[in-house]
Ligand binder design. Sequence first.
Ligand code: CUA
Length: 158
Amino acid sequence: MSSHKILVYERAFLTLGALLLVVCLAALFYASITMGIHLPDKERKIDPAAITSEAPFDNPGVRQTGPGTYEVVMIAQIWLFNPNVIRVPVGSEVTFIATSRDVLHGMHVEGTNVNMMLIPGQISRNTYRFEEPGERLILCHEYCGGGHHTMFATMIVE
Ligand code: CUA
């Protein structure tokens, strides 16, 4: 191959690489601006050792915060969720506020877009409106050790 041809190919690949970079950055900015995706900020941090003494995690459970709105404060630890059973009336808008006490866990409410990583020291938050009655599993979806497959809770919409 002549050196001229090599130069042409090189230029083409560099241009392609630069274009891909621009597309990826544009997608990143679009996601962060329109969907509010961002890195955890300072006010969402918590000292994992102080979980039992610091609000809201000193009192995990389900609380009504207004007409038709609920808050679920949840702690994940090996290998359970606290609370283990959550009951809300149908049509409720539920905000999950969760963290991990020990290692990395996941929290996915079956059939919803509530799908969070629970990182020790970070508070995760997600809101969902439960329009249909029924029972849903809440699963840990990050491998967290020997009992990972037994780690679940139940969400009952009644
Ligand atoms: Cu907790 Cu897997």
